[in-house]
Design a protein around this ligand. Structure first.
Ligand SMILES: Cc1cc2nc3c(=O)[nH]c(=O)nc-3n(C[C@H](O)[C@H](O)[C@H](O)COP(=O)(O)O)c2cc1C
Ligand code: SF4
Ligand code: SF4
Length: 271
């Protein structure tokens, strides 16, 4: 509270971290502690009129924590902090490679992106205040996904920590290129939350992917990736191309295996 008083007026706002993937080992699991969240916000909310962003971490109760935070006066929800605790073991020694007490520590970076994205998507449904997406963003693609899920802004830690501040310019460049290729969008705000309705409509459907005859090189990687024997290579106009068969169940596993330089398999749902 004293820190907030001291900084009040000298900053644009406060991001208050009420989350920690290894806090259970240190001082109780903050991610599940509704009482702590309420007491904290009840104490600091009256001290400043500047925006208070509440930083949460994934737990089965993260949506309820976000709603509670909004009720107690938070101006935005930031999600997610690191997730875990997780563990890595050095195979030469058998000792933990990361972490604190008991060799456990928070997991960050690309491994947590799908969970972070889902958190943002669900929290956006539950609160009226803005949501800020963080967790595993490594390129403009993930930043755009976060915004489509409902994030008004994004944050990064692991990527700039590993590669330096140049990544911010690269991501900004990627966002600009995304918009330039879609002149029907008036700006990045057009995509914020756009997947909220689309994802609901999409929930029970299993779209069959599309293979671009023009882009497919016939390398066959997708054929061996399909557990359902639902892609075959076929001769077309003197060239070999991949073709989806009638027994495709729409699992979309093959979409991710076509090498990015070919990018020949896409889902049916496009902007
Ligand atoms: C070494 C390290 C230290 C961190 N310390 C903090 C911290 O003090 N407070 C906080 O809110 N988040 C902290 N984080 C979490 C990050 O801010 C971020 O929420 C998380 O790493 C997920 O984003 P990323 O995948 O882009 O790194 C830390 C992350 C790492 C890797
Ligand atoms: S992986 Fe891509 S390029 Fe290779 S055969 Fe399949 S669709 Fe064609
Ligand atoms: S969507 Fe799934 S079942 Fe269909 S072709 Fe691709 S990998 Fe096979």
């Amino acid at each position: 509270m004293n820190l907030i008083r001291a900084l009040d007026g000298k900053t644009d706002g406060f991001e208050i971290n009420v989350s920690c993937s290894h806090s259970g080992a240190l001082h109780g699991n903050l991610n599940l502690d509704f009482d702590h969240l309420q007491k904290l916000l009840n104490a600091i909310r009256p001290v400043t009129s500047l925006p208070i962003w509440l930083k949460l971490s994934y737990s089965p109760f993260v949506v309820e924590m976000a709603a509670e935070g909004e009720k107690a006066g938070a101006d935005a929800i930031v999600c997610t902090n690191s997730i875990g605790p997780g563990m890595l073991i050095d195979i030469h020694t058998g000792l933990p490679k990361v972490g604190i007490k008991g060799g456990a520590g928070g997991v960050t970076g690309p491994a947590i992106f799908p969970i972070a994205l889902r958190c943002v998507y669900e929290i956006k449904k539950a609160v009226a205040i803005p949501v800020v997406g963080v967790g595993g963003i490594s390129s403009a693609d993930e930043a755009i996904q976060m915004m489509m899920a409902g994030a008004s802004a994004v944050e990064l830690y692991t990527l700039p920590a590993l590669e330096g501040p140049k990544v911010f310019g690269q991501i900004r460049g990627g966002l600009a290129a995304f918009l330039a290729a879609r002149p029907h969008l008036s700006g990045i705000s057009d995509i914020i939350g756009m997947s909220q309705d689309k994802a609901v409509a999409h929930r029970f459907s299993a779209p069959i992917p599309v293979i671009s005859e023009e882009k497919c090189t016939g390398c066959g990687i997708c054929v061996s990736s399909c557990s359902f024997d639902a892609i075959r290579l076929s001769g077309m106009n003197g060239e070999t191309k991949a073709v989806i068969k009638d027994n495709c169940i729409g699992c979309n596993a093959c979409v991710g295996v076509c090498p990015p330089e070919f990018n020949a398999i896409t889902t049916r749902f496009q902007l």
